[in-house]
Write a protein that binds this ligand. Structure first.
Ligand code: GRF
Length: 203
């Protein structure tokens, strides 16, 4: 199974996936390419340091469709089976999503459907949520909406700030993404409506 990672920032979720592959937790899985829309994304530099194929495909000054066409071409060229969004800060159009049907995962730092969109941790903190967390989900044509693979929760403490809460959520994200990948790549699941259900006897 070849993964294509899309990121725009520091890339700590990408690192968590790469580490899980390196320590044998995701057998048969490899990262074929790391792509970013931003040339200075920290995650790209880490990928290069680790000897991975990493490319910046800037979206600046070109129409969204053209940018996505380049991204799709790069993923196809590297024969990617599953696309993992790991802090990729551009909304994907239906054209991209249809190019990889049910083969795009995303991680979001809230317990969806609460707090979609940006600054989810801060939204949860300011709302006064007592339980926060993260969600790994398949990507569909609505933002932060597709079928949920798994969620991990954290308790919001009275002593928290938005920042300390975000740190603890991130810690859970780093466990959640590799675990979600392990489940999805095993193929031992069905999707019934919106429900991701693990099969009792995966074949
Ligand atoms: C994470 O909080 C992730 O949930 C969100 O963007 C952030 C990316 O962080 N989608 P990193 O680049 O993986 O460190």
């Amino acid at each position: 199974m070849k993964l294509g990672i899309l990121l725009s920032g520091r890339g700590s979720n990408f690192v968590a996936i790469a580490d899980a592959i390196a320590d044998g937790s995701l057998p048969g899985c490899s990262i074929a390419v790391v792509l970013s829309n931003l040339t200075d994304a920290g995650g790209l530099a880490i990928a290069r340091e680790r000897g991975m194929k990493a490319m910046a495909i800037s979206g600046k000054g070109i129409p969204r469709e053209e940018h996505e066409a380049k991204m799709i071409a790069a993923l196809m060229e590297h024969e990617v089976d599953l696309v993992c969004l790991a802090g990729y800060m551009r909304i994907l159009t239906p054209v991209f999503i249809r190019a990889f049907p049910n083969r795009i995962l995303n991680i979001h730092p809230s317990l969806l459907p609460s707090f979609p969109g940006t600054h989810a941790q801060q939204q949860a903190f300011e709302y006064g949520a007592k339980i926060a967390g993260c969600t790994v989900h398949f990507v569909d044509e609505e933002v932060d909406h597709g079928v949920i693979v798994l969620q991990r929760s954290v308790t919001v403490e009275d002593t928290d700030t938005a920042e300390t809460l975000a740190e603890r959520i991130l810690h859970e994200e780093h466990a959640a993404y590799p675990e979600a990948l392990r489940r999805v790549l095993s193929g031992g699941y069905t999707v019934a409506g919106r429900r991701y259900v693990t099969r009792a006897n995966p074949s």
